[in-house]
Design a protein around this ligand. Sequence first.
Ligand code: BG6
Length: 447
Amino acid sequence: MNEFLWAVSTSAFQVEGAYLEDGKGLTTADIRCEKKKGCGTSVASDSYHHVEEDVALLKELGVKAYRFSISWARIYPKGNDADINEAGVAYYRKLIQELKKNQIEPIVTLLHFDVPMGIVEEYGGFVSRKAVDDFTRYAETIFTLFGKEVKYFLTINEQNVMSISANMQGIEEADTKKRVQMLQTANYHMYLANAEVTALCHKLCPHAIIGPAVSYPTLYPATCDPQDVYAAYRLEELMAFAPMDIYVHGEYPVWYLNYLKDKGITLPIEEGDDEILKRGKPDYLGVNWYCTNAVKAGTNEAMTSLVDFAYMQKNPHLSYTEWGWSYDPLGFYMALRKCYDRYHLPVMITENGWSSREELVDQTVHDEKRSAYLIDHTNEMMRAMQDGVAVIGYCVWSFIDLMSSGDGFEKRYGLVYVDRNETDVKECKRYKKDSFYTYQRIIEENS
Ligand code: BG6
């Protein structure tokens, strides 16, 4: 049996920095973060220039694996260039070699929110079917270059989030109806890309396993009013289980097709697509899990036009981060049970963590709440495993402080503090927080 993968996670645009160095092209993540927070991806946590130091910290932490993503635009700056960018390849080769030298398994995500702007400007990115071929070609390059060293691949991070976020896809359409249609077209193409790449991995890297990483916030009904129970059930199906069903079963569920049809959305289906979707069954499911939400039937102005029947409410029984993410280890147990009972596929917790605003005091951070979160959530995970759920790994989000996807650098997730703030990138020096030692102990006690 393979060793359980106690691990930590990051993603390229959130930690690397060097966003235009050594030939890298711009991505939708670079543009989105710059517009949103101003602190941008140009330096992030400066991991591009801290490879040895960061791997030494991973080693000291005692993790068995490190989940990171490869930036497509470092390998092919525009996404579809004729030639590979060798400098980009050299960076990931160095990182992977350093990890292997220290007996740390790389868990490689192929796409984490950063679609190359080159293909977005040329043909609209995933809104065009051309992106399926370009993504498959990029994945083939990665499998060929690193397939011998890497045993764990993830295809696309949180396609279910990308499917409702126009700026993650580089879509700038003001008309809501047209925008939602474009997002669903892109989403369909990403399912094809996911399946193509999964099948290709099975062919080129038979010793490796591959799966998607899905965002799964477990949803509770806000009350036992059947309208609320139904709204929570429908929303969870729509946001999390429809995507997982499509990955695992290779087809859109009938109720989901009906739902899209009712919304006036058409899918760009071509002959032979059924076979493509069925071709790439995942070996495992990556699950990004942070919190639970309470759902109320009805509408409010925060809802997207795709979801017009339910909205989220605060759960009075739970505590929250400043950004409204709840602390709910029991919800984690239930999420694991639900995923496993539904698919009977091994699960890897690809993200789980706690965010807060933090400052360095005497060269450390006393992040008790994060430590408690890690203890409570790993305990619930182990209880789920004792109850039969096949969990193959657990990745804390995040290894070091990084640029939050939605909220810049002030929202910190790391076990390691990175000394910079929104406006001053300083030298990005690393300091171990208390939670670093908590997780180290969890690993030691449970390995
Ligand atoms: C997941 C993403 O959605 O959640 C990460 O895969 C992200 O990239 C994480 O950082 C937390 O979200 P946020 O917006 O708090 O950074």
